[in-house]
Design a protein. Structure first.
Length: 353
């Protein structure tokens, strides 16, 4: 965060009669000094505070478009005092470095997929437990149950949570038809979180790690045969160049979370902090709606480009459910009291609906 620096130039009295300067001249100088001080403080009040935000996603991604609109609304609401500058496509920090980079003050804020940080805190992994949510309503309940604890974890690491927005449901892409569970064996499967890596292992597939900015090239090169990801990612990476099937399984709805350095946040005025958080609330609501509306649109585009959209055979789906249960049990073994409390709260809320 860059704060502008102002300095007053020294006043010169060259050519001014010394006696006059002591009389009328001194009043003129005093008036000029008052005027300059007024300008000085006005410029301080209206000076822009630059806040650099790092994201791994392309500028036309709905998550990035929402982030940019958030930045624009913050700038407008604060009269230009807060100037959030969005750096898309991993240009400011590489995807894997965004979370640590903000903590190390290499950027003022960032956006990451929460479940990729499970090694930082077990609770972040709840976002990608397979098949515990069935759609956006469940995803919202899970976020409401976990938000407070997520915010506490971030705060303990010097970060301030602003908002979170889900991706469309994670579904299964394949280069050819999946008819039996043996069709997973030995296939290269793209992974991007500890949970997806474990799922690949349990399926007997071969995990290969590609972050979203490298995924398109990997697909075009035929380096991936299976992947669990959203309809949007399939469109963005032109998955139809190699993938021929898209199976709706609604495995989970992972969220991107947007956060700010707590040092930067605490350095803002109380009024600007309020404007920032108010805009974050709006961005979260808008982002959830954008995600839900975009899913159907992206599925149509997958179809239009030759990918067959289908459901899995009952027996295969049942097999995936059992794998999901295994992943959930393993997560619970390393979860603490807070994680257990969050999952229980979500389960109770879901059962009550």
């Amino acid at each position: 965060m860059q704060q502008p620096v102002f300095a007053l130039a020294p006043c010169s009295t060259t050519g001014v009669n010394e006696g006059a300067f002591m009389g009328t001249g001194s009043r003129v100088v005093a008036a000029v000094m008052v005027f300059l001080m007024h300008i000085f403080f006005m410029r301080l009040v209206h000076a822009a505070t630059n806040i650099d935000m790092a994201t791994a996603y392309a500028a036309d991604n709905f998550q990035t478009r929402n982030l940019q609109q958030f930045a624009d609304e913050v700038r407008s609401a604060t009269g230009g005092r807060l100037n959030m500058r969005i750096h898309p496509g991993g240009k400011l920090l590489k995807p894997a470095q965004i979370y640590s980079g903000v903590r190390e003050e290499k950027a003022d804020g960032g956006e990451v997929i929460m479940s990729s940080l499970e090694k930082e805190a077990a609770l972040f992994g709840i976002d990608s437990l397979p098949f515990i949510v069935s759609g956006y309503d469940d995803a919202r309940r899970l976020w409401e149950a976990s938000r407070q604890e997520v915010a506490k974890i971030l705060e303990s690491q010097g970060l301030k949570l602003l908002y979170a927005v889900p991706w469309p449901p994670q579904n299964l892409y394949a280069i050819d038809e999946i008819n039996t569970i043996r069709d997973f064996t030995g296939r290269s499967m793209r992974v991007y979180t500890p949970a997806t890596e474990r799922i690949a292992q349990l399926l007997g597939a071969r995990p290969v790690t590609f972050q979203v900015i490298d995924l398109g090239k990997a697909l075009a090169a035929g380096r991936i045969e299976l992947m669990l990801t959203s309809s949007w990612t399939g469109v963005d990476t032109r998955a139809w160049r190699s993938m021929k099937y898209y199976y709706r399984i609604n495995a989970w709805l992972p969220k991107n979370m947007v956060f700010l350095s707590k040092r930067v946040f605490d350095g803002l005025s109380e009024a600007d902090r309020k404007q920032l958080l108010d805009a974050a609330d709006v961005a979260e609501r808008r982002g959830w709606q954008m995600s839900q509306e975009s899913d159907a649109e992206y599925e149509r585009e997958l179809k239009n480009n030759g990918i067959k959209v289908a459901g899995l055979d009952f027996m295969i789906r049942n097999y995936l459910d059992r794998i999901g249960e295994t992943v959930a049990r393993e997560w619970l073994k390393k979860a603490g009291a807070n994680e257990m409390k969050v999952l229980l709260k979500y389960t109770v809320e879901r059962s009550a609906k």
